[in-house]
Design a protein around this ligand. Structure first.
Ligand code: SF4
Ligand code: SF4
Length: 435
């Protein structure tokens, strides 16, 4: 940690505690050590040789969601997320995992996520599992009970997987409708392209409808966010370099993400590669072009008419919608009101603000799998406010949040009244006169 942590950033914290009310783990536990200020103090104590980075230290670092809600409220502008990544990287370098964890990490981080073709093959296998009814057999015979409860819950709500990918569905270029306002590169993601192909396709079509020429470079790969948040910074840097090359060759004005978790790392590629002089200029070129789909449409797009859907009798029914923020879109990409402004353009839809929408839902990458108890506790509190909205649609801007919201709706048994949907799918479905 002495080697990896930025000491100036550690001492930037003036211990005011303004960050504490924003922190979900502090709210749930009331413990100083589970707050941003407490975690920074722990990091500093280790670097200053006051304490050993033992199991309790590691447990507090693991309990952090990495939601970065502590950053926008910090008067000293402490880059907490970067300190956390550096700490986790240092821990991981000395971690002695058992064979199961070691091989699972190697399989996912090295053999699967970085390889789009292998991810599509995984999508093919998952789709076969879902379509042939093997999933129902596995549940009925009790085989699924071999897996932990939180994995069984996630398996039940997974959307239908796909092996086609957005390039297979649309090709690598989709022209703007009318005169192009800009040329954008679509970041397709790794899991997004397998589990949410429909949202990727709708993102490209929505961008084209709003006046953007859309390029989808096929040589791009996973953003590296799961690696960076799990202490695999070297691997994240390699993935970043490949993406920078792919989008530079595509000569785009902007790089567009439809997943807050991916976009937040893409927008910080300059920081990720700050120690590498060879990549200084191109990582800055990349980072300054990254935008969320809602941001680019609000800033540069020609926004088409977004109309309420009609039923078979030609009537529109009053619709209430609400929105759960993606922490990384809000706290790192600083997308501000762009998603809400876009939603407000839908005719006939009444927006009801979700109390605590800016607070993490407990998904946080793979947090819901590795910290299921805290994740579920946070989700249950979130769902109390979700129910108060009485919304028909609960919209989100990130695949992890979307799955977590689907799980929350299932857990509360309110699926007959409310559905969780990606904001792009909701908007695209309401595009009047779409092709
Ligand atoms: S708000 Fe910033 S300066 Fe204040 S305690 Fe939290 S991290 Fe430190
Ligand atoms: S990243 Fe989120 S959970 Fe972690 S300390 Fe900051 S606010 Fe708390």
């Amino acid at each position: 940690m002495k080697l990896t942590l930025n000491y100036d950033e550690l001492t930037n914290c003036m211990r005011c505690g303004f960050c504490q009310p924003a922190c979900p783990t502090f709210k749930e536990t009331g413990l100083e050590a589970a707050s941003p200020r407490g975690r920074i103090a722990l990091m500093k104590a280790v670097v200053d040789d006051i304490m050993e980075p033992g199991e309790q230290f590691k447990a507090q670092m693991d309990l952090c969601l990495g939601c970065r809600a502590c950053e926008p409220v910090c008067p000293s502008d402490v880059k907490y997320g970067q300190l956390l990544e550096q700490t986790r990287d240092a821990i991981e370098r000395h971690e002695e995992h058992g064979w199961f964890v070691r091989s699972t990490r190697a399989l996912m981080f090295k053999q699967m996520f970085p390889h789009p073709k292998r991810m599509r093959a995984l999508g093919f296998a998952l789709k076969a599992y879902q379509r042939t009814g093997l999933n129902k057999v596995a549940r009925a015979t009790g085989i699924m009970r071999l897996f932990p409860a939180h994995m069984r819950n996630m398996e039940r709500i997974l959307p239908e997987a796909s092996s086609q990918g957005v390039v297979g569905a649309l090709g690598t270029f989709v022209p703007a409708k009318g005169k192009a306002v800009a040329r954008v590169g679509m970041f397709r993601g790794c899991l997004m392209d397998v589990l949410f192909l429909g949202s990727n396709v709708n993102t490209v079509k929505l961008l084209a409808e709003c006046g953007f020429d859309v390029v989808i470079p096929d040589s791009q790969n996973c953003c590296g966010a799961l690696h960076a948040h799990s202490g695999e910074l070297d691997q994240a840097r390699e993935l970043a370099k490949k993406n920078i090359r792919a989008f530079r060759e595509a000569n785009v004005d902007y790089i567009i993400s439809n997943a807050g978790g991916c976009g937040a790392l893409l927008v910080e590629y300059n920081h990720l590669l700050h120690d590498d002089p060879e990549w200084k200029e191109s990582s800055a070129w990349f980072a300054e072009r990254v935008k969320d789909v809602s941001q680019i449409i609000m800033e540069r797009g020609r926004i088409p008419q977004l109309a309420a859907l009609k039923n078979e009798s030609g009537e529109t029914r009053p619709l209430t919608i609400t929105y759960q923020d993606s922490c990384h879109l809000r706290n790192v990409m600083r997308a501000g009101n762009a998603p809400r402004d876009l939603m407000s353009r839908v005719e006939g839809a009444r927006f009801r603000e979700l109390q605590g929408a800016d607070r993490c839902c407990g998904s946080a990458g793979i947090y819901n799998l590795v910290q299921p108890d805290m994740s579920t506790q946070i989700l249950d509190h979130k769902m109390e406010h979700v129910k108060e909205t009485e919304a028909h649609y609960l919209l989100t801007s990130n695949p992890g949040c979307l799955l977590q919201m689907k799980y929350g709706i299932e857990r509360e048994q309110i699926g007959d009244k409310m559905q969780a949907v990606h904001i792009v799918d909701f908007l695209y479905e309401r595009l009047a006169n779409r092709e």
